[in-house]
Design a protein around this ligand. Structure first.
Ligand code: 5GP
Length: 124
């Protein structure tokens, strides 16, 4: 696992050095709108802890952090009207490393919805 970069953009958002459009904040998790939205609803769910990627988070976060993260997903999908109860569904994506084309090396889950999302992976 690569070392966590304390100066990545989401670490700076968590420290309050860069503004963000927060949708939900809990003890271990922050949800905010993506600065370049790809859909009518496009938010990023991030743990407050220093985890590089989903596999890092899944292996090394505490049970409390993992539960809090996933409960936050449930809350925002419902509150933003894209859950199966409140709307018509969503796509959740997390990119990891070079082949995943991860731009920001702090674990984040994209939640996209508000329109049909098309094919999951575009052919080359
Ligand atoms: P990745 O490619 O790492 O999965 O996605 C990173 C996401 O972070 C991109 O969708 C990009 O638009 C978003 N992003 C990058 N910098 C900022 C920022 O400063 N603020 C917010 N809200 N989103 C950002």
């Amino acid at each position: 696992m690569p070392a966590y970069d304390d100066n990545n953009i989401f670490a700076r958002i968590l420290r309050g050095e860069i503004p963000n459009d927060t949708v939900l904040e809990t003890g271990h998790t922050l949800v905010f709108r993506d600065i370049r939205p790809q859909a009518p609803v496009h938010v990023l769910v991030i743990p407050k802890g220093a985890y590089v990627s989903y596999d890092d988070f899944s292996a090394n976060a505490s049970d409390a952090e993992i539960v809090d993260f996933h409960r936050a997903v449930a809350r925002v999908t419902r509150d933003l009207g894209v859950s199966l109860d409140s709307g018509q569904g969503f796509r959740a994506i997390t990119n990891a490393g070079a082949h995943g084309v991860q731009e920001v090396p702090h674990f984040h889950l994209h939640i996209l919805g508000g329109r049909p999302m098309g094919r999951m992976v575009q052919p080359d």
